[in-house]
Design a protein around this ligand. Structure first.
Ligand code: TEU
Ligand code: CA
Length: 559
């Protein structure tokens, strides 16, 4: 096992618009991040991934970039960015930018030139086809991937996401050079690397075939013609060689749907990226054929197979994964896994620990360490997220009443993760002194940094303890580099695994149910040492442990 600094890190994702507002305009900003760096140092993390903050019309909240070299004024200035890089480096924190190069904004000068001059070199920076050459591919945010190129007779441009996010034509070598230059420009500024957005879409099937429709709109998922297509490896190999490889940086690919056979190409010892996110172990919803708003029943017994499987496959293929339960595109983890009445300190810390001690680098999403929950938005007109707005319409069209549609959308909305970070029990949760761009959650008086810092038994302190154990305790090596082995396979409502290194074993045991459970921890009367628990007491008699509802324990097992 090759040792790397980024395998030994704990990362934290910041959604800058919602983290901390330093200048009272209701929008989080880069100065706000600088002001809160000490909070993050205290928490114990040492890598920050920041979602995009470059110039953008904010159709997709910054994932539509109109200038890769300038900070958007709502987030501050380039000087603020340089100050942030310096402040973070001084505190030993590596900054990862979000690299969005599958597409840019329709306001980017490249696209503007492509529109205004059919003979410009930028015309070929985009995927443009004639009206009779279009495909029936459906964009991720709904509707066709093709939109008429403004001012043209009969030409259309392709967009995997919104129409304001035209895809870049990676087939064009000049465009690729422009992108590499930009990446190196930022790496030269001393950043730690990138989270690489939607990277599996770079290559389009050059035959541009139609596919059998898979929905009532007569269209077929764009994934068929644009996700992980043959030939993408050439782009990714060149990208790495021209940029990342020449720096001691980390790259984290957002790589949906990479086939097993290609995992090691994507992220083995010599992969395109240092790590790639694995999205296979979320609880199920209606994304496979069924409408997205259908909440599917699931059992712990079935679900845990997915996480065991994921860990097994990733190690087999030598892939290092950024373990995460939340990001800016997902509902809050506690709401995905538990019903409202089951959400409490125990269940929140249990699901957190289950993920945190897996093999890989833990990624914590802002507010997860406080136990932040889904948005408490009561009026659909408040939603900001482009995808949520589309889904709300889809639900209405499917015959839902507005109340039902709101409920369905709230279950999955990306805005769930984007409500302001809860800092204090004061006005606007201490996020800003002005009204925030998205409302603060109802529970901010109870769940916030100030209150939780003062309470030794808070979720925040539990996260801090987990991080300390992984980073600083005698268990550091084993928790970072140890193998993963599932245990107690026959216990349906227990999720448990060993981390194993040099003859030492640390076991994570989660009582994944709202009931007591008597566990025979050590049938052969092996001895054990408790390292961490989310209950004050662990009762035990001769290897028998009474696990409380949603209890998680971390123990060293001595043979
Ligand atoms: O997401 C890519 C992606 O596939 C998501 O659209 C995902 O399927 C969806 O959000 C799940 O609800 C990335 C970014 O993470 C996302 O925020 C951007 O909107 C998207 O790329 C376009 O840049
Ligand atoms: Ca601000």
């Amino acid at each position: 096992m090759n040792k790397k600094w980024w395998k030994e890190a704990v990362a934290y994702q910041i959604y800058p618009k919602s983290f901390y507002d330093s200048n009272a305009d209701g929008i989080g900003d880069l100065r706000g991040i600088i002001e809160k760096l000490d909070y993050l140092v205290d928490l114990g993390i040492n890598v920050i991934w920041i979602s995009p903050f470059f110039k953008s019309p904010m159709i997709d909240n910054g994932y539509d970039i109109s200038d890769y070299y300038s900070v958007d004024p709502i987030f501050g200035s380039n000087a603020d960015l340089e100050a942030l890089i310096e402040a973070a480096n001084q505190k030993g924190i590596k900054l990862l930018f979000d690299l969005v190069v599958n597409h840019c904004s329709d306001q980017h000068e490249w696209f503007q030139r492509a529109i205004s001059d059919p003979n410009s070199k930028e015309r070929d920076y985009f995927v443009i086809r004639k009206g009779n050459q279009l495909t029936n591919w459906r964009s991720i945010f709904g509707g066709s991937v093709w939109t008429k190129l403004p001012g043209s007779e009969d030409e259309y441009y392709m967009h995997v996401f919104a129409k304001e996010q035209p895809d870049l034509n990676w087939e064009n070598p000049e465009l690729r050079q422009e992108i590499y230059q930009m990446i190196n420009y930022w790496l030269d500024k001393g950043i730690g690397g990138f989270r690489v957005d939607a990277i599996v879409y770079l290559k389009k099937n050059q035959a541009f075939p139609d596919f059998p429709s898979d929905g009532p709109d007569g269209l077929a998922s764009v994934n068929l013609g644009s996700q992980n297509q043959a030939g993408i490896g050439e782009f990714l190999t060149e990208l790495k060689a021209a940029t990342f490889e020449n720096y001691d940086c980390v790259t984290v690919g957002e790589a949906f749907g990479v086939p097993q056979a290609q995992l090691s190409e994507y992220s083995g010892e010599n992969g395109y990226f240092s790590m790639i996110f694995d999205f296979t172990y979320d609880v199920p919803d209606g994304t496979n054929g069924e409408p997205w708003y259908v909440k599917k029943p699931w059992t712990v017994k079935d679900w845990k197979q997915k996480i065991y499987q994921s860990q097994k496959i990733l190690s087999e293929f030598g892939v290092w994964s950024p373990n995460h339960m939340e990001n800016h595109d997902s509902a809050r983890v506690v709401n995905r896994f538990f019903e409202a009445e089951q959400i409490n300190f125990a269940s929140t810390t249990m699901i957190g620990a289950l993920d945190f001690f897996l093999r890989g680098t833990p990624f914590i999403y802002q507010g997860q360490e406080l136990g932040m929950k889904n948005a408490t938005i009561k009026d659909p007109s408040i939603f900001d997220d482009i995808q949520t707005k589309d889904q709300y319409q889809v639900a209405l069209e499917a015959g839902f009443s507005s109340a039902e549609a709101l409920k369905a959308v709230l279950h999955r909305s990306r805005d769930n993760a984007r409500t302001p970070m809860q800092w204090t029990a004061g006005n606007y949760a201490g996020f800003s002194s002005a009204q925030p761009w998205l409302p603060v959650n109802d529970d901010y008086k109870e769940y916030n940094v100030t209150v939780e810092q003062a309470d030794a038994n808070s979720i925040l302190h539990f996260y801090q303890k987990m991080i300390e154990i992984r980073q600083k305790s005698a268990y550091r090596e084993i928790l970072i580099y140890g193998d993963f082995r599932p245990v107690y396979l026959d216990l349906d409502n227990v999720v448990a695994y060993d981390r194993h290194l040099n003859g030492k074993t640390v076991r994570v045991i989660c009582n994944f149910q709202n009931e007591l459970f008597n566990l025979e921890l050590c049938p052969q009367a092996e001895k054990y040492q408790l390292i961490l628990s989310n209950y004050e007491q662990v009762l035990s008699e001769a290897g028998l442990i009474k696990l409380n509802p949603y209890q998680v324990i971390l123990v060293e097992i001595f043979k």
